[in-house]
Design a protein around this ligand. Structure first.
Ligand SMILES: Cc1cc2nc3c(=O)[nH]c(=O)nc-3n(C[C@H](O)[C@H](O)[C@H](O)COP(=O)(O)OP(=O)(O)OC[C@H]3O[C@@H](n4cnc5c(N)ncnc54)[C@H](O)[C@@H]3O)c2cc1C
Ligand code: FES
Ligand code: FES
Length: 1279
């Protein structure tokens, strides 16, 4: 039993000031719990259960998912097991509850759980940071239903993000349990406690009727009330205070700044607020009923009213499973009450259905409509229940939610329609009553009252009715400007389009032409599937074997340790950054008094605290300095200004929020890239000009030419483990444990910042929870500041960066403005290419990708004349930084745009133009590289055939001709991707232990999910002829592998494999003579011992640093992708229906890992091109998309419905490591195929308007951009 004492106050009438609950069957009693402590913090900080991970603290990522067991409020004799986000769940709400965490399922000691093994079997993890959350989500589903339907499995992960895998294998893992699948198991196999052999079915303590508990700590009070009367009395008493009624507490994930409250009143367990009743009046639902239960009740009673299933369907699109499992509908309505701009789906659909609320306070009860509820003063009042009426036979209802991403996103616009219709002889449909409700258009608009009025008495079958209603809506819908939301123009036309959809559903087929009927529906996504093919060489196993990653099982159980999982030592301090809220200003003063007065506060560090001899920069020479803590001039909003130290992470974060910063000399920040280019705000050019032949002259003489301009946005790395560093001062050095891709830079940076020597700083990391380039140079600011704090305080210090601060303070992928001019022959053959890339480096230029743009500009196409100019632009945003496929991803997209532009100009299919220009063996690239080995034409033809491109294109033409409002598009994108080894240098060592023959490898790369440790072990096992199980791979550190290059550029795995190959060859050279002197069947151990006795050094090391090649990269990777999408022209939403990738990975060292890299890279790219939009406040320069509510990487239902990945067979790489090729970045560069496919669909929509000219589709092609590119106009909305 774990007992934790915190200060407690027991008030009159209250009984005990402790809570009791179990975690994994172990009872925990917490005396006087702090009302503001979350379950997540309790699990990680107090209970020491660090298998549950943390990222956003917003309910938006799913890292922190655990299972909660509680009695079903609707059937109390039954226990429910539901997933919850432990970051949002208050500890105080857990009294008498049972929590199951990943540790409860299984692990190294007690044996792994079937779910954990299944994830490994499907290779469903890379960095593994998200994995415990996914498993707990699966567990919660399967604990209630051992064999769910395929659809339920497919729908499960709406709240769990994974940045590495691309979701396909995770979906396969959960689907293997679905009904009818061969892998389905008995529910007994899902048992939680392998040691007890029991399913975790604990007795429930129940709520203590009639008693009110009160806890008080940290300046906050928590009341656990058990009856409505007590609640009303208490509310009356506390109504003057800042209070919150806590049901699911999920509003904290959306409106973080509403916190903290003084008084929290837990209403969840109040029995009078937890029931659902069906009567003739409709469904009466009490206010604490969760969204999950509401959906269940609506589905159970769907036969009572057609509207109930409509509501259920819509509510399933609200938030995600873990949120809906605890979130109440009433809490949602109250959020709308408090924040009128909140785009509440719940409000829209309930109002559309005509729900009435019952609201009470101590003296009165009132029944109100939802719009009236918004106007009443709710202080001291409680929503008790709502009644959803049944739909009458002559009523029709539907609701819509259009969002940026398939799941877990707020709506651009939500709409609900309920009309009473009178049908006459099938010929006319007269409107008797109409309800039109919208959310997302304007905070003031609920009903389109004028349009409702207009419709009454009108015949829907008459074109004038549709026209008139649209005209009314046109006037009535007045969208507000909001930089985070889509443009007002889109939201207005979208609201009208949704109306049009519903309208068409009400009129007979005879009235609506067949081409127009596609307007009636929204896009329907099928259950997804995947296919992966590759060849292996069993005679070389374990080389080329599709093996799971070495630490995969430990990652599934949460035992694999990330930096922030290291338990803190007794004297450890915790740190949090204070960041500027303004860019382009000077720091006038910092008031730290409030922060330092907080209990637990220790110190606030500023630039002036950097010791003499040190330097205020986290980028050591030869890099240009970038300040650790701003000393005077604030370059961008989000820039770190101070570093708060406290005895807990929570207090450090609160301190950061309590520091008042005064700015002076405020200037308008330069945020717009276009404005920066116009103002020639450039960094000094570095190798920014490449000329081959005479591009300008060739273009001038070319028979045909085109020119254009294109914008490409930023992308957050969205590594799920935020930046983190722990620094421990020892007697002779600073030990820096940092989630860093570049340990050498960290060592150098810390030493330079503090005026130390490299020998005084030891840097280490076991693994990273994703990085994607974002932890190469940017991790240094965290390492340097944490080291500064440890150096000054002589105490261990840890900084695990708050997610929003991380998003704001550190930059993203570079954004671009690109201008091009191209000359070509009538057949499409390129003659001359002139491109200027304006590449936004932001407020610093250390991570410039100017050079990369020039290396990848040609993609896969031959041309005799090139002029490529790359300019690094200076703006007032955080320094952009390398992100997976830096430079290559955008410029390959640009070249494909040029191909598209030429094709349009020549009225050809882009495939023809691609084919015309693809490189051939022996060609020379603009960078002077001879393509002695070039398989692109072969790969291209194969893919076209495998994906049946020609036939599918014909089908698409037919489909598009038959449908006005749904369009399909297909695009093919080839790549040539140069892999350069010249910058990679790593030191590896292989040590054989004479006692038992086991081996430890140390290498200079960083395991960040890409499987480097597994690949080096495979190489070692192959060359020495030993089993994998006797090999371990040590965490990387600067003692074992000094002077290592950053892990990145796709080359670290292969170069470290090369180094290990050399080590093993060296060991063999030493050991072979001994082997020859022994009998032929000598075992490995006998050989090792014999070598040891002959005084042979059993440790070999190798320093790999390939020579610079004058003629370009070491080799090229080739690949081709065909992507098909379907677009709803009326909403701009799209579904990626099928993707076929053929990728040349040489002879893959581990096809399971490489397929994972291909899929993960592609999906990260898909997010970049379709959903991940970054916006800034133009006045302050602050990042507006800094939370999971605003920034949307892909979810599991954004991936292709049919996802086929093929590694090119029989393609050994003559110049690769053991015939292999890299896989980390190249496949991502084919992801722009989805954007082009969308563009082709849009093209078809535009051609309906007679527009045949080329148009630009900038990235990302979010639904708003897509719909507006279709040039939607309500005048097109006809029958
Ligand atoms: C990741 C995420 C995604 C989301 N996505 C969506 C979405 O797509 N669409 C959408 O509409 N919403 C969305 N939401 C909002 C979500 O639906 C609400 O957070 C949730 O319904 C609030 O319910 P709760 O029980 O957690 O409220 P709580 O957080 O417990 O309380 C919220 C407010 O309601 C008050 N309150 C609670 N119960 C009562 C009562 N009985 N009487 C009076 N006041 C009461 C509280 O005082 C508080 O002010 C999302 C939320 C998250 C975290
Ligand atoms: S940390 Fe809880 S959902 Fe992200
Ligand atoms: S494996 Fe999912 S985030 Fe890395």
């Amino acid at each position: 039993m774990a007992t934790v004492a915190e200060p407690s106050v027991v008030s009159g009438g209250a009984h005990k000031a402790s809570i009791r609950f179990t975690v994994n069957n172990v009872e925990h009693v917490v005396e006087g719990p702090n009302p503001r402590t979350s379950l997540l913090d309790y699990l990680r900080e107090t209970a020491g259960l660090r298998g549950t991970k943390v990222m956003c603290r917003e309910g938006g990522c799913g890292c922190c998912t655990v299972a909660l067991m509680r009695p079903d409020p609707l059937q109390p004799q039954q226990m429910l097991t539901e997933s919850v986000n432990s970051c949002l769940l208050p500890l105080c709400s857990l009294d008498n509850r049972h929590v199951i965490t990943i540790e409860g399922l299984g692990g190294q000691r007690q044996g792994f759980h079937i779910l954990q093994k299944r994830m490994v079997h499907y290779n469903a993890l890379q960095c593994g940071y998200c994995t415990p959350g996914f498993i707990m989500q699966m567990y919660s589903l399967l604990a209630g239903k051992a064999s769910p339907s395929l659809q339920e499995a497919e729908d499960l992960f709406d709240g769990n993000l994974c940045r590495c895998t691309g979701y396909r294998p995770i979906l396969d893992a959960v689907k293997s349990f679905a009904e009818g699948q061969p892998g389905v198991v008995d529910i007994e196999d899902l048992k939680v406690c392998p040691h007890s052999g029991e399913l975790c079915r604990l007795a429930d303590g129940g709520s203590v009727v009639g008693l009110t508990k009160r806890f008080s700590a940290g300046g906050a009070e928590w009341y656990q009330v058990s009856s409505l009367l007590d609640l009303l009395n208490l509310l009356h008493e506390k109504m003057a205070r800042k209070y919150k009624l806590v049901c699911g507490n999920t509003s904290k994930g959306v409106y973080k700044s509403d916190e903290p409250y003084e008084v929290y009143i837990d209403v969840k367990a109040v029995p009078d607020l937890n029931s659902v009743d069906l009567s003739t009046a409709g469904l009466t639902v009490q206010s604490s009923v969760t969204l999950t239960h509401l959906i269940g009740s609506l589905e159970d009673n769907a036969h009572e009213s057609r509207s109930f299933s409509v509501l259920a369907l819509h509510l399933k699109k609200v938030a995600n499973h873990a949120v809906r499992n605890v979130a109440s509908w009433a809490g949602n309505l109250m959020m709308k009450h408090e924040h009128r701009e909140f785009i509440s789906d719940v409000f829209v659909v309930l109002e559309a259905a005509g729900a009435q609320l019952c609201v009470r306070d101590i003296v009165s009860t009132m029944d109100v409509s939802l719009p009236d509820f918004l106007e009443i003063d709710m202080r001291g009042k409680v929503i008790v229940s709502m009644t959803i009426p049944k739909l009458d036979a002559d009523e029709s209802m539907n609701t819509y939610k259009i969002m940026m991403r398939a799941q877990n996103a707020h709506a651009y616009v939500s709409a609900g329609f309920r009309w009473r219709l009178c049908r006459h002889d099938g010929s006319s449909v007269i409107v008797q009553a109409a309800t039109l409700v919208f959310s997302g258009v304007s905070s003031k608009l609920v009903h389109a009252y004028k349009t409702e009025k207009f419709l009454i008495g009108k015949d829907l079958g008459l074109p004038t009715t549709l026209k008139g209603a649209l005209a009314e809506l046109m006037v009535e819908l007045e969208p507000e400007e909001d930089p985070v939301l889509a443009s007002p123009a889109y939201r207005k036309i979208l609201a009208m389009a949704l109306f049009y959809k519903f309208y068409l559903l009400q009129v007979d087929d005879g009235v609506v032409s067949s081409r127009v009927r596609s307007a009636r529906t929204i896009l329907q996504r099928q259950v997804s599937r995947g296919e992966q093919t590759y060849d292996t060489q069993p005679d070389l196993y374990p080389l080329t074997q599709p093996l799971p990653k070495l630490a995969a099982l430990l990652q599934t159980s949460g035992e694999a340790q990330f930096t922030d999982d290291v338990p803190p030592s007794r004297s450890e301090l915790f740190a949090a950054f204070v960041t500027s809220t303004r860019g382009s200003a000077n720091l006038a003063s910092l008031d730290v008094m409030r922060a330092l007065a907080m209990p637990g506060a220790v110190r606030v560090l500023q630039a002036s605290d950097i010791p003499p001899g040190g330097h205020n920069t986290f980028m050591p020479p030869p890099f240009a300095p970038e300040e650790m803590l701003c000393s005077q001039e604030v370059l961008y909003a989000g820039q770190p200004i101070a570093f708060c130290l406290a005895d807990s992470a929570d207090v450090a974060q609160s301190m950061a929020g309590a520091i008042d910063v005064i700015y002076s000399d405020l200037r308008k920040p330069l945020i717009s890239l276009d404005e920066a280019v116009a103002a020639s705000s450039f960094w000094p050019s570095l190798e920014g000009d490449l000329k081959v032949g005479d591009a300008e002259g060739a273009i001038a003489k070319a028979p045909r030419s085109v020119q254009g301009e294109i914008h490409i946005g930023e992308q957050a790395h969205f590594y799920m483990e935020t930046q983190v560093c722990r620094c421990v001062p020892t007697e002779d050095c600073l030990e820096v444990q940092t989630a860093h891709q570049w340990q050498d830079l960290a060592q150098d940076g810390v030493a330079y910042a503090l005026g130390l020597k490299a020998k005084d700083v030891v840097v280490s990391a076991r693994r990273l929870g994703g990085s994607f380039g974002g932890k190469a140079t940017r991790a240094n600011i965290v390492a340097c500041c944490t080291a500064l704090a440890a150096y000054l305080t002589r105490r261990p210090v840890r900084c695990a960066m708050n997610f929003n601060t991380n998003m704001e303070a550190l930059g993203r992928r570079h954004r671009y403005l690109v201008k091009y001019k191209v000359g070509f022959h009538e057949d499409g053959e390129l003659i001359g290419v002139l491109i200027t890339y304006y590449c936004d480096s932001g407020s610093a230029n250390n991570d410039s990708e100017v050079q990369e743009t020039l290396l990848f500009a040609d993609n896969a196409y031959k041309c005799a004349n090139w002029h490529l100019i790359s300019v690094a632009v200076k703006t007032d945003i955080p320094s952009a930084t390398w992100c997976r496929s830096p430079g290559s991803l955008p410029v390959i997209f640009v070249m494909e745009n040029i191909i598209e532009h030429i094709a349009r100009e020549l009225r050809k299919d882009p495939v023809e133009v691609q084919r015309q220009n693809l490189y051939r063996k022996g060609d020379i690239t603009p960078n002077g590289f001879h393509l002695d080995y070039c398989s692109i034409r072969d790969v291209y033809s194969k893919l076209l055939q495998m994906a049946d491109v020609t036939n599918r294109q014909a089908d698409i033409v037919h489909y598009n001709a038959s449908n006005r409002w749904k369009k399909r598009g297909l695009s093919v994108v080839p790549i040539k991707y140069g892999i350069s080894w010249s910058f990679g240098h790593f030191l590896c060592a292989v040590s054989v232990y004479a006692n038992d023959g086991t081996i430890t490898i140390s290498h200079g790369g960083i395991e960040c999910g890409q499987g480097i440790n597994t690949k080096v072990a495979q190489v070692c096992a192959h060359i020495l002829g030993i089993p994998m199980k006797i090999i371990s791979v040590a965490p990387t550190n600067t003692l074992l592998s000094p002077n290592a290059q950053a892990t990145g550029g796709s080359i670290s795995s292969e170069l470290n494999c090369l180094a290990v190959q050399n080590c093993c060859d060296e060991l063999r050279r030493r050991m072979d003579p001994v082997r020859e002197s022994l009998p032929p069947n000598v075992t490995w151990l006998e050989l090792v011992k014999a070598c040891f006795n002959k005084k042979i050094n059993l440790r070999a090391q190798h320093w790999v640093w390939p020579d610079d090649r004058n003629d370009g990269p070491q080799y090229n990777s080739y690949g081709v992708t065909a992507a098909e999408v379907e677009v709803d022209v009326l909403t701009g939403e799209s579904i990626t229906s099928r993707v076929d990738i053929l990728f040349d990975c040489g002879q893959s060292l581990n096809p399971a890992i490489d397929v994972g890299q291909v899929e993960g890279a592609f999906i990260m790219g898909l997010g970049y091109w379709l959903t991940e939009r970054v916006t800034y406040d133009p006045v302050s320069g602050r990042l507006l998309t800094r939370g999971t509510w605003e920034y949307k990487p892909p979810c599991s239902k954004d991936i292709p419905v049919d996802f086929r990945v093929h590694l090119l067979k029989d393609a050994p790489n003559p110049v690769g490591v053991l015939r292999s090729k890299a896989s980390g970045e190249p496949p991502q560069c084919m992801s722009c195929s989805v954007l082009f496919a969308v563009k082709h669909a849009v093209d078809s929509a535009r051609s309906e308007l007679g527009l045949k000219e080329y148009f630009v589709m900038d990235g990302p092609a979010t639904p708003d951009k897509v719909a507006l590119s279709c040039l939607l106009d309500p005048r097109q909305f006809t029958f």
